[in-house]
Write a protein that binds this ligand. Structure first.
Ligand SMILES: Cc1cc2nc3c(=O)[nH]c(=O)nc-3n(C[C@H](O)[C@H](O)[C@H](O)COP(=O)(O)OP(=O)(O)OC[C@H]3O[C@@H](n4cnc5c(N)ncnc54)[C@H](O)[C@@H]3O)c2cc1C
Length: 402
């Protein structure tokens, strides 16, 4: 089979790349996908509700990809197809959106499927072919372009866009194949690692309290008694440790053995005024926003009676409580693995890719987009936004040079 443009992977980045490269009908475009349907990971996103992007200025997005080098790389793609363009694209196809208080943007229906259907329909509308159940096994550079070996025979193309995603949640089809293809074609990788992962805690005492969450907890990562990074946001107790946006976002900087100093409540809330009246200590902790079962557990751990009236507590008791609630020390046993990580950090080295076009600087005619690149965003819609922005950028660039 000979075509002009081949896209490998029908996740959000590959579908966007397919749409953009098929627009204008300058060449034949095929998108190859191993699964029976496209966008399996996209369907899982935001627990099936799809937090597709974030509100606010696109300039604010740049702080959500880890460091300045990454921010510099993602900037042209995000500016060329920003969060407003994304919303406009789907709204034009009849999907309204809602913005949550925390800035996260979802389709009003809270169904990722509604957005995926539009991407697939638009690819067809532009004349692109979606070929499912096609597993790309090998990729080689040849004189006329690229030769792909698949379970359905060989495919040749003048231009190739790799959009195979990362390696996390391998059940979705993203199993790291693109990393192997990139290396075969001469590219280097930053070692792929699970990112946006929950944390497994050593000697964890809250397994039975799994499901309890803390609004705006403060987390400090400490390694060898030094503070590495501080973050704030929702934290969730799981049956093995911690999760929730604040933990997931900080996980790219954590490793086994690190301490997580956790303020379950902001220290400024812990003032002596709250220890007045006819309340019990248990009531005070509830008043501070802590779940009753958690408050009772903390008091029991400190050998303090939960029903002790506040009027009978001394300074020392209050100080012990304050220290635990504003600086609880968890030790990381390990980070969640590939099956739990929401994204992959690492991937195709950014210096080897033109950030204005997503074209390889090593192999002309080869393009990358989405999570296959050494880009991973925070929770909040930053990953899908980049997947779509970089996919459209790669597709536009390919189409322009046919
Ligand atoms: C549980 C979960 C929830 C998430 N929630 C959100 C969220 O709410 N918001 C957000 O921004 N991000 C979220 N993410 C991350 C986001 O889904 C990904 O960053 C995004 O899907 C990456 O898009 P992509 O197109 O680069 O890769 P993918 O979506 O991984 O797509 C790659 C495609 O390539 C195909 N493929 C791979 N290898 C081959 C091959 N050899 N041959 C043929 N096909 C191949 C795969 O089957 C797959 O369909 C979530 C991730 C997970 C796991």
């Amino acid at each position: 089979m000979k075509v002009d443009i081949l896209v490998v992977g029908a996740g959000p980045s590959g579908l966007a790349a397919g749409i953009a490269s098929a627009r204008g009908g300058r060449g034949t475009v095929w998108v190859l996908e191993r699964n029976t349907e496209s966008g399996r990971k996209f369907l899982f996103s935001g627990s099936g509700q799809c937090n597709v992007t974030h509100g606010g200025q696109i300039a604010d997005f740049l702080n959500h990809y880890g460091n300045i080098k990454k921010a510099r790389f993602v900037k042209p793609a995000l500016l060329s197809f920003d969060n407003n363009d994304l919303i406009h694209f789907f709204e034009q196809h009849g999907v309204p959106f809602l913005k949550r208080e925390d800035g996260k943007i979802f389709p009003k229906s809270l169904k990722s499927k509604d957005l995926l259907n539009i991407l697939v329909a638009e690819l067809k509308e532009q004349g692109g072919i979606l070929q499912t159940e096609t597993v790309v096994k090998n990729v080689a550079k040849i004189n006329t372009g690229f030769l792909l070996t698949t379970n359905r025979g060989e495919f040749c193309a003048k231009k190739l866009i790799l959009a195979t995603g990362g390696q996390s949640f391998p059940v979705t089809g993203s199993q790291g194949d693109g990393f192997r293809f990139a290396v075969q074609l001469g590219h280097q990788l930053v070692e792929p690692k699970p990112a946006l992962t929950p944390v497994i805690v050593r000697d964890y005492p809250f397994a039975d309290l799994s499901g309890i969450s803390f609004w705006s907890a403060k987390i400090e990562i400490r390694r060898h008694a030094q503070c590495l990074k501080v973050g704030q946001g929702d934290v969730l107790l799981t049956h093995r440790g911690l999760s929730g946006p604040a933990i997931l976002d900080l996980s790219r900087d954590m490793k086994s053995g690190d301490k997580l100093l956790t303020a379950f409540i902001p220290p400024e809330k812990f003032v002596s005024d709250i220890f007045t009246g006819k309340k019990t200590l248990k009531n005070v902790l509830q008043q501070l926003g802590l779940a009753e079962r958690f408050g009772v557990r903390i008091l029991e751990m400190l050998n303090i009676a939960p029903n002790q009236p506040v009027a009978e507590t001394n300074r020392e008791t209050r100080k012990r409580l304050e220290l635990v609630l504003t600086g609880y020390s968890f030790v990381i046993e390990s980070l969640g693995g590939w099956s739990e990580a929401m994204v992959t950090s690492g991937g195709v080295v950014l210096e080897e890719v033109n950030r204005q076009t997503m074209e390889s600087r090593i192999v002309p005619g080869l393009y990358f987009c989405g999570e296959l690149l050494d880009i991973d965003g925070d929770t909040g819609g930053y990953n899908i936004q980049f997947a779509l922005s970089s996919g459209f950028m790669a597709g536009n660039a390919v189409q322009n040079c046919l």
